[in-house]
Design a protein around this ligand. Structure first.
Ligand code: NAP
Ligand code: MG
Length: 475
């Protein structure tokens, strides 16, 4: 049967995008000393707003505001009082969830069904979760009277702008630290909306400061001498540069970096469910996911069947307008990211892997890449080793569990993995062998604020989420 979905656009009227934005310092929006930059809608290339760039002097003002708020207000407040602010922020996020979700999809390009059903509810859940810890820190296992570090400098990427903000800010505030956060250059708008939420929640000025800008702003922030804690999520290259920049200082650092996760399908797996998990693992958020299941390891005896069903399923994915409620795969976040995905895909072909995408019409404007699968991939191929950070799956096969473990671990990364099998004993054995921070069993890309997340090896160090997520913000 051949049919089309009628358009089901989410209304934009719920968001009010200003023509220009300042920095959020000491509870107020102020001008930036740098050259203002534009943020665009990657699905249309329409300019959304001009955003102030924080230079080193602005970063210094923001850190000073955070320091003042830390010593005069926030570190002196009881945990129960801090918790009230966090609960208030969590409730406002819920109340304004639709507005935040629509704005996120416009600025980032991700499908509205993901921002609406995953990013924003999970962000609210993070604030609720850490609000609950604020008055119970002495029971967290970090000593009878755990103390905050001071001012946290936090730098986040563009793939989950609001959710990464929540992962960073919620545990920092719950533990009594104050924050200066830099969102990514291509996705600043929901962080600036969060600044408004802080005002609405009557958060004391200076407890949260948002400095917008590009790499140089991030560099000034992490290098600032009065920052006590650096929390970074982004690429392994920048993570390495940050580790070098803070080496020898007393700054505490947590790094959440890249990944090249194996999604491992055994012959006894429920195949249709596994196919859904493979699709979710690599096409969720256009594959702009550090823990994406970008390497499919499938047992040889079922490889043909799995691939056939996977291709059939990929043919039903709808690529297009992020604000359409039926869209599965939205826009690539930027022209730079699109160029990187194209380049690595061309390398995959040149190195001899088989490339396939379902027939799909891509919009004329904006940045788009069709869901793509590479077969016949070997360990030597660059597409098996390097992070593509796009909707591109590399398929490898294996015969025995031991071979699956060897192939899965044969990567400099170690962020996540998935195992699809009917046998609990095998799954547990595999989970023990895999060098990955998170291992999912018969599911993929599941996030919960109570569960720690973080990497091995070049995927970084430190954990975010759960009780473990408190540690990086305590003395
Ligand atoms: P990126 O280039 O490392 O950028 C991340 C953030 O750091 C951005 O805000 C960026 O600014 C800023 N930045 C750039 N250079 C800097 C410097 N020298 N000092 C301080 N800050 C600097 O990464 P991306 O390309 O945006 O994001 C994709 C990468 O992030 C992928 O590799 C992905 O795996 C990783 N990631 C990891 C996780 C995780 O939890 N482990 C989560 C999400 C993403 P601008 O971009 O604004 O210029
Ligand atoms: Mg944008």
């Amino acid at each position: 049967m051949d049919f089309d979905y009628a358009p089901a656009p989410e209304s934009r009227s719920v968001v009010d995008i200003r023509s220009s934005y300042g920095l959020f310092v000491n509870g107020e929006f102020v001008d930036g000393g740098g050259k203002a930059f534009k943020t665009i809608n990657p699905a249309t290339e329409e300019v959304l707003a001009e955003v102030a760039e924080a230079d080193a002097a602005d970063v210094d003002r923001a850190v000073k505001a955070a320091r003042r708020a830390y010593s005069r207000v926030w570190s002196r407040m009881s945990g129960a009082e801090r918790g009230k602010y966090l609960f208030r922020i969590a409730r406002i996020i819920q109340e304004r969830a639709r507005e935040i979700a629509v704005l996120e999809s416009i600025d980032n390009g991700k499908p509205i069904k993901e921002s609406r059903d995953v990013d924003i509810p999970t962000a609210a859940a993070h604030f609720f979760y850490y609000a609950g810890w604020a008055d119970k820190l002495e029971h967290a296992g970090y000593g009878p009277d755990p103390q905050p570090l001071g001012v946290a400098g936090q730098v986040i990427p563009w793939n989950f702008p609001f959710l990464m903000l929540a992962w960073k800010i919620a545990p920092a505030l719950a533990t009594g630290n104050t924050v200066v956060l830099k969102p990514a250059e291509t996705t600043p708008l929901t962080a600036l909306l969060f600044a408004e939420i802080c005002q609405q929640a009557d958060l004391p000025p200076g407890v949260v400061n948002i400095v917008t800008g590009a790499g140089a702003t991030g560099q000034a922030l992490v290098a600032h001498e009065d920052v006590d804690k650096v929390a970074f999520t982004g690429s392994t290259d920048v993570g390495r540069a940050i580790a070098k920049a803070v080496a020898g200082s007393t700054k505490k650092v947590t790094l959440e970096l890249g990944g090249k996760a194996a999604n491992i399908v055994f012959d006894d797996a429920p195949i249709d469910q596994a196919v859904e998990g493979i699709v979710n693992g690599i096409f969720f958020n256009q594959g702009h996911v550090c823990c994406a299941g970008s390497r499919l390891l499938v047992q040889e005896s079922v490889a043909e069947d799995v691939l056939e069903r996977l291709k059939r399923r990929m043919g039903t994915l709808r690529v297009g307008d992020p604000l359409d409620k039926n869209t599965d795969v939205g826009a690539i976040n930027s022209a730079e990211q699109l160029a990187k995905i194209r380049e690595l895909s061309e390398v995959g072909e040149a190195e001899g892997a088989g490339r396939w995408s379902p027939p799909c019409e891509l919009p004329d404007h904006g940045f788009w890449f069709p869901p793509t699968v590479f077969t016949g991939v070997t360990q030597a191929h660059r597409i098996a080793r390097e992070e593509i950070f796009g909707p591109v799956l590399s398929v490898l096969t294996f015969r025995t569990p031991k071979e699956a473990v060897e192939k899965a671990n044969n990567t400099p990364y170690g962020l996540s993995a998935g195992i699809w099998s009917d046998k609990g004993s095998r799954t547990l054995w595999m989970a023990g062998q895999l060098r990955a921070g998170v291992v999912w069993s018969n599911t993929f890309n599941k996030f919960d604020p109570a569960s720690p997340f973080g990497g091995f090896k070049e995927s970084g160090y430190g954990r975010e989420g759960g009780r473990h997520g408190l540690e990086g913000y305590l003395r």
